[in-house]
Design a protein around this ligand. Structure first.
Ligand code: NDP
Ligand code: GDR
Length: 324
């Protein structure tokens, strides 16, 4: 049977890597994208002609029913979300709709369309929030610390409930932070790699950040989209943590990034600005991905290499007068 994937969030970091990987595996790839006043296909530009793009919004159930009818997917990857934790305090209801309720829209659309398909929900380590144990695995209780985290918990539980209620094939990839040169510029890793590159090239002399002490389990995004695909190839729907098992502070990321750019002492460039602190912080995340490793997954890029890949990329594009 030919494999057909529908990816929501195709224009995002993960959507773009997943689409490339599935095209390499001879999938027919459909992507749901939302209308914007200017085109925003940068991340998929190079292979856009190989994807079938469907316009629609994840909060609009009619869009989803149309997308299902048009694509008849064997696999659906639900990656669309308002994914920036900071914005979830300034747009909490939008976040709840887009990041939480939209999963229910998708599941209802599948039921109403009466199609047989497998579904992957992009769940998040933010569901663990104020962690009750370390490291966190599939059995760790959730304690979300942001409207984003709460929305992801809702989407997680509705996916489990529909799996148990209707026998639908729905799996969760509970992904810890994953980064890349395609990461959005407001996330701390890319903000640092871009900021450091600007400083190293003499285009800027300051980088404003918030809490440097929080710790994250940072991996390389293409490894996590490989995990999502692997999870949907299993004989039974289930939930898996994807993580490296290592944790580092924002300060360590910053220190390493400046070193990659050839700057040993960075105090004079970094300004702590309260506006980047969050009303409630997630202090520490470390994932235990043993279950996923047992089905053949492992991360391919170390923390040091991840920082280097991102800083080198930003140095290269900024040298060519790209992203400022
Ligand atoms: P991005 O923010 O890069 O991409 C999000 C995507 O969702 C974009 O394509 C965006 O479109 C789309 N989108 C947002 N709102 C809507 C909407 N209303 N209708 C249709 N599409 C919409 O996120 P990532 O690629 O990093 O993450 C992918 C998924 O994985 C997200 O669900 C995220 O919450 C989750 N996740 C990510 C982790 C990470 O570390 N990256 C870790 C754990 C979970 P547009 O381009 O138009 O904005
Ligand atoms: P996160 O990623 O909230 O973990 O969510 P982000 O990179 O935004 O923050 C990580 C940590 O860095 C601290 N921080 C700053 N963050 C930003 N964005 N900007 C700053 O200037 C700054 N200074 C310090 C934050 O306080 C935080 O502790 C990401 C997203 O991809 C989610 O969608 C995903 O679910 C989780 O990862 C797992």
């Amino acid at each position: 049977m030919s494999k057909i994937a529908l990816i929501t969030g195709i224009t995002g970091q993960d959507g773009s890597y997943l689409a490339e990987q599935l095209l390499d595996e001879d999938y027919e790839v459909y992507g749901l994208y939302r209308r914007s006043s200017l085109p925003h296909f940068e991340r998929i530009e190079e292979f856009k002609d190989k994807i079938k793009l469907i316009e629609g919004d994840i909060t609009d159930v009619g869009s989803l029913i149309r997308a299902l009818k048009e694509s008849e997917p064997t696999e659906i990857y639900n990656l669309a979300a308002q994914s920036f934790v900071g914005t979830s305090w300034t747009q909490p209801i939008n976040t709840m709709n887009t990041t939480g309720l939209s999963m229910l829209n998708l599941l209802e659309a599948i039921r109403l369309s009466d199609i047989e398909t497998r579904v992957l929900q992009a769940s998040s380590s933010e569901m663990f929030g104020k962690v009750v144990e370390t490291p966190q695995n599939e059995n760790t209780p959730f304690y979300p610390r942001s409207p984003y985290g709460v929305a992801k918990v809702a989407a997680y539980w509705i996916s489990v409930n529909y799996r148990e209620s209707y026998g639908m094939f729905i799996s969760n990839c509970i992904a810890f932070n994953h980064e890349s040169p395609r990461r959005g510029i407001e996330f701390v890793t890319r903000k640092i790699s871009n900021g450091v590159a600007n400083i190293a090239l003499g285009k800027s002399d300051r980088l404003e950040l918030g809490n440097l002490e929080s710790k994250r389990d940072w991996g390389y995004a293409p490894d996590y989209t490989r995990a999502m695909h692997l999870i949907l190839q299993q004989s039974k729907a289930d939930d898996y943590v994807a993580a490296t098992g290592e944790t580092h502070s924002v300060r360590e990321f910053l220190d390493r990034a400046f070193k990659v750019a050839g700057i040993d002492s960075w105090d004079k460039y970094v300004i702590i600005n309260q506006k980047y602190f969050r009303p409630a912080e997630v202090d520490l995340l470390t994932g235990d991905a043993s279950k996923l490793r047992n089905i053949g997954w492992k991360p391919s890029i170390s923390f040091d290499d991840l920082v280097k890949i991102m800083v080198d990329y930003d140095m290269q594009i900024l040298s060519k007068d790209g992203l400022e």
